[in-house]
Design a protein around this ligand. Structure first.
Ligand SMILES: Cc1cc2nc3c(=O)[nH]c(=O)nc-3n(C[C@H](O)[C@H](O)[C@H](O)COP(=O)(O)O)c2cc1C
Length: 221
């Protein structure tokens, strides 16, 4: 049975991204968990920012920001940028992160984040505690090491970071891919086992719930 809890922003998991703003000369960054993809064509993202943040006027007045995907290994810096304000000092210096020029915008990207989206604000919608910034992605930059030999971008190589109900998580194992539930499995070639690399499962190594033993004589024909 489910228990009712007070309505709140519990959607999980969500990304915890580093949003950089300002300029290369006067950069700032803040951690944002209320971020999302909102359109495919044109590619658009949203971030929700409280008006009292130091970053708020920097983003609103310039109409630009960079959304950086942090790897799980820099989680301490991600948290720090979410609890310290740029009004009290240089958060790049404080967190040990480095601003680098980003494609197509004056706002810097974060060198330690392997993927960044240069964003141009299209709409600002006041919602209540937060204002929703809807922005078009003007450019995407990704580290060369994230591409495989066929040129496919493999985000799992960077060690993605997630956020769920106040806690940070490193993204776990891959358990499927888009559309796999309806994809036909390729048939094994004649004379070849279906899974050549996978050893045959031992009968004792069963996982998942076991069926209860049936009483003798209760077997259906
Ligand atoms: C995990 C995490 C997620 C956060 N998400 C948001 C968010 O979505 N929107 C927001 O306005 N503040 C968010 N914050 C708070 C800001 O990052 C924080 O107030 C920061 O100090 C603001 O920096 P600034 O004053 O330099 O702009 C988050 C903080 C943390 C730690």
């Amino acid at each position: 049975m489910k228990k009712q809890v007070s309505p709140g922003a519990l959607l999980s998991p969500v990304p915890a991204v580093l949003v950089s703003c300002g300029t290369m000369e006067k950069p700032n960054l803040l951690t944002v968990a209320w971020a999302g993809t909102v359109c495919t064509r044109p590619p658009m993202v949203s971030i929700s920012i409280r008006p009292e943040r130091f970053s708020y006027p920097l983003i609103k007045e310039s109409g630009e920001f960079v959304l950086n995907l942090p790897p799980a290994k820099i989680v301490r810096a991600v948290d720090l940028c979410g609890v310290k304000s740029g009004k009290d000092g240089d958060k790049f210096a404080l967190s040990g992160l480095h601003p680098v020029p980003a494609a197509g915008v004056s706002a810097p990207a974060v060198a330690e984040c392997p993927v960044s989206f240069s964003c141009k604000v299209k709409q600002v919608i006041p919602l209540g505690s937060h204002d929703l910034f809807i922005a078009e992605i003007a450019a995407v930059e990704a580290e060369e090491g994230l591409f495989d030999e066929k040129g496919k971008l493999c985000l799992e190589k960077m060690g993605l970071l997630g956020y769920a109900h106040g806690e940070y998580h490193a993204l776990g194992e891959k358990i499927g891919s888009f559309g796999f539930s309806v994809r036909k499995k390729p048939l094994p070639k004649a004379g070849k086992p279906a899974h050549p690399k996978r050893p045959a499962p031992k009968p004792a190594a069963r996982t998942g719930p076991r069926r209860p033993h049936k009483k003798k004589g209760s077997r259906k024909p």
